[in-house]
Write a protein that binds this ligand. Sequence first.
Ligand SMILES: NC(=O)c1ccc[n+]([C@@H]2O[C@H](COP(=O)([O-])OP(=O)(O)OC[C@H]3O[C@@H](n4cnc5c(N)ncnc54)[C@H](OP(=O)(O)O)[C@@H]3O)[C@@H](O)[C@H]2O)c1
Length: 437
Amino acid sequence: MELNRSNCLKEFHYIGTGLFGRDEMNALSRSVAMGIYSLRLELNFRIRLIDAKPVHESLELVRNSYHNEELIVLRDGNYHALRFKSLKLWGGESGKLAGRTLLIIGGGSGIGREYARYVASAYPDTDIIAAGRSPGWQGGSPPANIRYLTLDITDEQQVRAFAAGQGRNVEYVLNFAGEPAKGLFVNKTKAEFCERTRSKIQGSYLLGKYFGHAREIIHFASVAGLIGAMGQTEYCAANAYQSGLAAEGGRVRTLNLTGWEDVGMSAGKADYYFEKLHSREGVKLIDRFVHSGVMQASMLKLKAPAEDYSSLFGRSEPAADVLSRPSAASRPAGAGLPAMQGVAEAWKRTLGEDHYDTELSFFEQGGDSISIVQLCDELNRLFPGSFDVTTLFSIPTIRGQAEFMEQTVRTPVRQAVPDAAAPDAAELLDFLRFQKI
Ligand SMILES: NC(=O)c1ccc[n+]([C@@H]2O[C@H](COP(=O)([O-])OP(=O)(O)OC[C@H]3O[C@@H](n4cnc5c(N)ncnc54)[C@H](OP(=O)(O)O)[C@@H]3O)[C@@H](O)[C@H]2O)c1
């Protein structure tokens, strides 16, 4: 295709499955989709991604009007637009790195080295192996509890041999490996494009393959994988792969980072869309994510222009015909305004002031197994005795909760969990810990 030159395309729709869903996720499909999405910044036509099951007619989907929405999920006949939601991170697993053996890939320089230093000093009995392709740790000598070794995570032989030898006691793998992109997509050969994705795609895949014995693998990716970045399609695709891995389930977690001002690949470079972070605060935020148990999060602070950069930042409720119209089948007859408003208020107090889709689950809009306990408290403050946490797990949407509330009011003797089956607090927390969210 003659990109940007002789084509007369107005819109390009990429329709696939497993792009954004929690129940169904494929890291490679997500990587391809987000790579394409990032191309909207280099091309003169609109790019829209639609996560839909293959049973739907593609032609019909393309004919819909989505207004300014760019990332759409179609489920059970309903359309949803994707949005960032603010997330409160709780240090639910505090102290978990103390006394452990850590492998920090990319720990010899940049952000990885700063975090390795922070962990070495905050948890002095931790044994840290910092690794990278370079022959040595950069910048002075490492603290006593950090040793550096040379390892290229894109080299399967090296990763296999290390994991079976020195790396067999590694309990946490923290992966900071990555390479910045180089220039516009149109000017790149396929080989150049792929080469720049290898540390994140092949590297992350091989870490998953050979560190099955680790308690967790945490990838440090970039928000570029979610929103795109001009001239960085391969970087966006590679980072989207890492965030897709976390959403696939298992012991893999991903934190999407914003730009850092003083260390790493974007040190000293201006950022028009996001406020840059200093490593002094950054390492503490990384540490909070590491100890939160949250599977995936993004760390960013917007400058005003970012609102126009991606529909993911849009605040207003979509006015679109298709997007704002819940199907008749999905609209419960009884869910009236006061209950809906009350439930929405409780969500705002739990997750932060924002617009929440009434049909999407709490977990897809920033909630997790810890904040759902807070939501339960907030709901019971408004509607005393109506909710328990187990019920909220099975009814995770605003509309469902409003409907449930109204039924409870109509049937006051209703008891969701019989006394004999009511778990005590400790059991409940254990139950939450193993919920797949
Ligand atoms: N800096 C930012 O503003 C920013 C923003 C968002 C996200 N991030 C992400 O944060 C992570 C760290 O970035 P950074 O800014 O600290 O970049 P950096 O200074 O370039 O560090 C990347 C590190 O990864 C190592 N590495 C790269 N490929 C490797 C491989 N195949 N095997 C082993 N180690 C490898 C490099 O060491 P060797 O060269 O010695 O191999 C280096 O230590 C990256 O994943 C990046 O995408 C950074």
